[in-house]
Design a protein around this ligand. Structure first.
Ligand code: SF4
Length: 291
């Protein structure tokens, strides 16, 4: 497999074959994101992708899951997606699900029928970064999508019968927006009603614009307990039909895995107990945190 640069994938795709169909992120300007710094965006040619698929299929292994990298691989034109997915289905026996990162604009470029077409070709889950439901925070982090676009992109994914996994970031609004960020994110998550939510805690990546904003005091990060207060407030303001909410990413101080709505109250109880005791020993140590 010919990977270019560092490869990122969601934790839930740990067992998947990673197939790099694009390099970098077509946008690459979110202030907190250092994933594709210095990586010039390009779409790989079909011949390059085909070579990787041929190599993997020659091992004759059963590969049920594939994740298409990099950052916003759904930007691929529909005909390119169809060509790659059809080839994957033909060459990988036992292929059950293809996952992919997308941003709101990539999704909105495709209508429901186009997404349904991808779903028939095994695209089973789309990972979308919301980061915050607060409009000011979205502008400040240069998210390149409005709340309305993020919500309508989510609805389109769900209408196409594809699972939706949404990422939010605790602490991303700094102390200034902490409360509004948590409340608005909970509310917007309810509107998106995803199948999965992954809550991360902001980790400052060297060289990113947000690092400079923190250094100059423009943004002041919440304390670890401040981030857990955001988690509490977010869950208080969120209502899901059926969702698996996880804050067990390595960046978090308090790992949780919660089935919503059944375990919502139990999760809040646990969070409140941690906030009441304010004992740092209850939190994941700083040196264990990672992206
Ligand atoms: S967060 Fe996503 S959209 Fe923003 S720069 Fe990083 S990869 Fe690109």
């Amino acid at each position: 497999m010919k990977y270019e640069g560092m490869i990122f994938r969601p934790p839930s795709e740990a067992e998947s074959l990673i197939l790099q169909v694009t390099v970098g992120c077509s946008y690459n300007r979110c202030t907190f994101c250092g994933a594709y710094q210095g990586k010039a965006f390009r779409i790989k040619s079909f011949e390059e992708v085909k070579e990787d698929i041929d190599e993997v299929s020659s091992y004759k292994a059963i590969i049920p899951r594939v994740f298409l990298a990099d950052g916003d691989a759904l930007i691929l034109p529909q005909e390119d997606m169809i060509r790659i997915l059809s080839y994957l289905m033909a060459r990988l026996k036992g292929l059950e699900r293809v996952g992919i990162y997308a941003n709101a604009k990539d999704i909105l470029e495709k209508d429901v029928d186009a997404l349904k077409e991808l779903q028939k070709l095994r695209v089973g889950i789309i990972y979308l970064g919301l980061e915050s439901g607060n409009r000011d925070v979205l502008k400040r982090i240069k998210k390149n999508a409005t709340v309305e676009q993020l919500v309508s992109a989510s609805r389109r994914v769900k209408e196409a019968g594809i699972l939706l996994s949404v990422t939010v970031i605790l602490g991303i609004g700094g102390v200034q927006y902490s409360q509004a960020h948590a409340e608005d994110t909970g509310k917007v998550l309810s509107e998106m009603d995803p199948d999965f939510v992954g809550a991360l805690s902001l980790m400052v990546v060297p060289g990113t614009p947000i690092e400079k904003e923190i250094e100059t005091g423009k943004i002041v990060l919440p304390t670890p307990f401040g981030m857990i207060e955001e988690l509490e407030r977010m869950i208080e303001h969120a209502n899901f039909t059926r969702c698996f909410f996880a804050s067990n990413h390595a960046s978090n101080y308090l790992p949780l895995r919660v089935r919503m709505p059944e375990e919502r109250e139990a999760a809040l109880k646990r969070i409140r107990e941690v906030l009441r005791r304010r004992d740092p020993a209850l939190l994941r140590p700083e040196y264990y945190r990672a992206l």
